[in-house]
Design a protein around this ligand. Sequence first.
Ligand code: NAD
Length: 358
Amino acid sequence: MRYKIAVLEGDGIGPEICAGALTVLKKVGKKFNHRFDFIHYPIGGYAIDNFGSPLPKETTDGCLASDSVLLGAVGGYKWDNLSGAERPEAGLLGIRKTMNLYSNIRPAKLWKSLADASPLKKELIENGLDILIVRELTGGIYFGERTLATDENGEIYATDTEKYSVSEIERITKIACKLAVKRSGKIASVDKANVLETSRLWRKTVHAYCNEHYPEIEVKDVLVDNMAMQLVKNPSQFDVVLTSNMFGDILSDEAAQITGSIGMLASSSLGDGTRGLYEPIHGSAPDIAGTDSANPVATILAAAMMLRDSFGLDTECAAIEKAVQTVLEKGYRTADIMQPGMKKIGCAETAQRIADEI
Ligand code: NAD
């Protein structure tokens, strides 16, 4: 098969980590007989400097014409003083909006060889950790109406509104279900139904959707405060976690932290079709850019997710994940995950070693 992949390297370590992911994808192509066409487009600070906009039209057109999109990271000191729509990050929000991506999927996986990096006690993670957080991305309180006003007594007040429609909840539930059937068949749906009306609608809609379309899936409701607690008390009990925008924002960072290394974690954003945006969860790390010391694994795993979730290439995705595991087991580490007795290698060598294991 032939796939057209738009590559948005962005800033800082973006070009290095994307190069690493492409090294691995090229090997997958060779081994499994696929053709990947990589087309590079500008985004973020690089695009501001060279094209006058963090998201040039050429980039949006190119992404919409692609089968899927791989992104490095955007931002850096140079553009820190720009405001709102002029900042590199505006490119990221813009491309998500243009592609109508309403879900954010973040796997929080603890690799056995890196168990020591977790801040949790060994006995809490001895069963491993492989959680998939499915977060609604374009609705809820972050996008609701807000006010900053003064009341009749002259006191300043502010409001933010949480709003969810049935169709918004149904479409994110559908994404969680599609992912859950390929995994354990279990979903933990997070809400605050004991207090919030939006959460009561969330709970009712999630159950109704699953009962009608995926009766084989087991849905368990978890209140958000309990979820925050359970994630550090007994994280292995969870597989797919379905959440609204704000709850997911907070819980996905908590889950990432318990795995111990942001250089290892990928994420994807999906909409209605199969085209998605795949990226590492970390930023552009300007402090180490250009030193060949970045960990490319998050971006390599993002590319693996693209193969599975956009192209249906489950075997190829598994081959990349296994290769990552083998390289870790052989004791190779980038600086961010370095441990005593291990062999320190750079970004390009890490990618090459992973490719060689496929
Ligand atoms: P960051 O994630 O870039 O870096 C935080 C720390 O983690 C740094 O010490 C960095 O060196 C390290 N780090 C990050 N990724 C690494 C990797 N792959 N390998 C080894 N070490 C790694 O976050 P920050 O420093 O807060 O932000 C830097 C810039 O990135 C800012 O301009 C910010 O706006 C931007 N940013 C972009 C995205 C994105 O593009 N999705 C996300 C977050 C931050």
